[in-house]
Design a protein around this ligand. Sequence first.
Ligand code: ATP
Length: 306
Amino acid sequence: MIETFGLTRKYGKLTAVRNVDLHVPEKTIYGFIGPNGAGKTTTLRMLGTLLRPTDGRILVDGLDPADDPAGVRRRIGFLSDTFGLYDDLLVWEYLEYFCGAHNVEPTTEKIDTILHLVQLYHKRDEYVGRLSRGMRQRLGIARAIVYEPRVLLLDEPASGLDPIARIALRDLLKTLRDRGTTILVSSHILTELSDFCDTVGVMELGRLIAQGSIKEILEQTRTQMRLVLEVLEPKAKAVEALADVPQVVDVAVVKEHIEMGFTGKREDLPAVHKKLVEAGVPVVAFYPKPENLEDLFLRLSTGATN
Ligand code: ATP
């Protein structure tokens, strides 16, 4: 649904986005991740026709913003990281106003349907200025979807939200995806996105350093399995027994358990377990460490920022 080819944007001497090839499949949630200054906002603004690329090409639903900016805008709902709301309007008036701005008939049915969707119907007659931060984010999304765009670009929508508001946002994005919207959502907080994105793109210093499903990228970049061993005290006995296993590397006590790298295969694990038990180690649990988006990012990233 969104593709870029060699997308590049310079600000004077600084190349904020460098040769980026994004591939965002239709009807999916794409998590766009990277630290501050990585070039996420600049990329989103180019996709949203708010900024011209210095070089490269963009296709949104087959349209190039350079040739047909209005066509792209009709297909895209954009919520920037710093959007303003009109605090003195009632919630329903606010949506009515934005329907008008986008040539959408502001019927009561239309407004109420959107308010139900973003779970703000109970605040229909409240002043916008009296909404909580999470509610304001959802109203921002409501505003961006009044004309039912096929693509939604959201810049850091979860920033500053408490866990409950974040769950409400996540559920809303999933609902929109299930209704057929393609969503590109940026964040520098990895855990915000890890449990609901279908695909992720990782940016660093203007480059897209990885792209794909979290599982795919983890598999591509993994050089060794990480294992977790939970034992009763003393841990020293376990560390000693592990030192004898040639495939075990980097053994370390991490909080209440022991972590290690393992260069062997899964099939070799029962033999390691047996060795520990034979050495008299009181094993409580022994398992491959589940990896998440944060592990992936730490492995890929050099930690550099502008
Ligand atoms: P954040 O998470 O902090 O929003 P980001 O990944 O969205 O960061 P961008 O805002 O795209 O990153 O910025 C990328 C780089 O481009 C940064 O070094 C920033 O200082 C620079 N930059 C952004 N906008 C401009 C501008 N209008 N003029 C000059 N430099 C800019």
